[in-house]
Design a protein around this ligand. Structure first.
Ligand code: 5GP
Ligand code: MG
Length: 175
C-alpha cells in the first residue's frame, strides 16, 4: 500500500475499526427488516461502493442491490424539484423497503435532494445508512444508521476519493 499512501495523510479510521463497525451496522439492519420487506439496498456511486460491498455481506435478511449516480448538486438552489440522476436504478422502488447507502454526509444537501426524488417513487419505507457523518445540517429525518461521526476534514479511502484517487485504501485518511 506504500504507493497509494503517498499523499493520503493521517489515518482517521483503521481498517479493523471500519470492519467492526460495518459488522455491527449489518446486525442492526438485519434486526430491522424481514423477508417480507423485499429489501432493496441502493448505493450512491461511486463513493459508497466499498462500504456497500462490505455492508451487504454483513446483512442476513434477503435483499437485492442496485445503485444510482447523482449529479453533484453542491448548492441549495437545486435541492427541491427534480434532480438529475446520471444513472437511475432499474429496480422499481414502489412498495419496497429501500435502504439508501451513502459514503458521507456533510451539509446534507446531496442526501436531502436524493431523498425527495426517491420518495416520489413510493417505496414502502426509505431509510438511510451513511458511513460517515460530518454535520448533516437539515437532513430530516436524520439518517437512521450512521457508521462514525467524522471530523470536519477532507477524508479519502474506503471508497472516498480526491479527484478519483485513493478510493482503494482499506482505511480512511485525512488529506
Ligand atoms: P453534502 O451534500 O452532504 O454537503 O456533501 C456530500 C457529498 O460531498 C458526499 O456524497 C461526497 O461526495 C462529498 N464529500 C463531502 N465531504 C467529503 C469528504 O470529506 N471526502 C470526500 N471524498 N467527499 C466528501
Ligand atoms: Mg457522494
Amino acid at each position: 500500500m506504500t504507493e497509494a499512501v503517498q499523499g493520503a495523510g493521517r489515518i482517521v479510521f483503521q481498517a479493523h475499526e471500519l470492519r467492526d463497525r460495518v459488522l455491527a451496522l449489518g446486525r442492526e439492519i438485519s434486526d430491522a427488516y424481514g423477508p417480507e420487506d423485499r429489501l432493496l439496498v441502493l448505493g450512491v456511486l461511486k463513493g459508497s461502493f466499498v462500504f456497500m460491498a462490505d455492508l451487504v455481506r454483513a446483512i442476513d435478511v434477503p435483499l437485492q442491490v442496485d445503485f444510482l449516480i447523482a449529479s453533484s448538486y453542491g448548492d441549495e438552489q437545486v435541492s427541491s424539484g427534480d434532480p438529475k440522476l446520471l444513472y437511475d436504478p432499474g429496480s422499481s422502488l414502489q412498495g419496497r423497503a429501500v435502504l439508501l447507502v451513502e459514503d458521507i454526509v456533510d451539509s446534507g444537501s446531496t442526501l436531502r435532494t436524493l431523498l425527495s426524488t426517491l420518495r416520489e417513487r413510493r417505496p414502502a419505507s426509505l431509510e438511510v445508512c451513511v458511513l460517515l457523518h460530518k454535520s448533516a445540517a437539515g437532513v430530516e429525518p436524520p439518517p437512521r444508521w450512521v457508521g462514525f461521526d467524522a471530523p470536519n476534514e477532507f477524508l479519502v479511502g474506503y471508497g472516498l476519493d480526491h479527484a478519483e484517487d485513493f478510493r482503494q485504501l482499506p482505511y480512511i485518511a485525512s488529506l
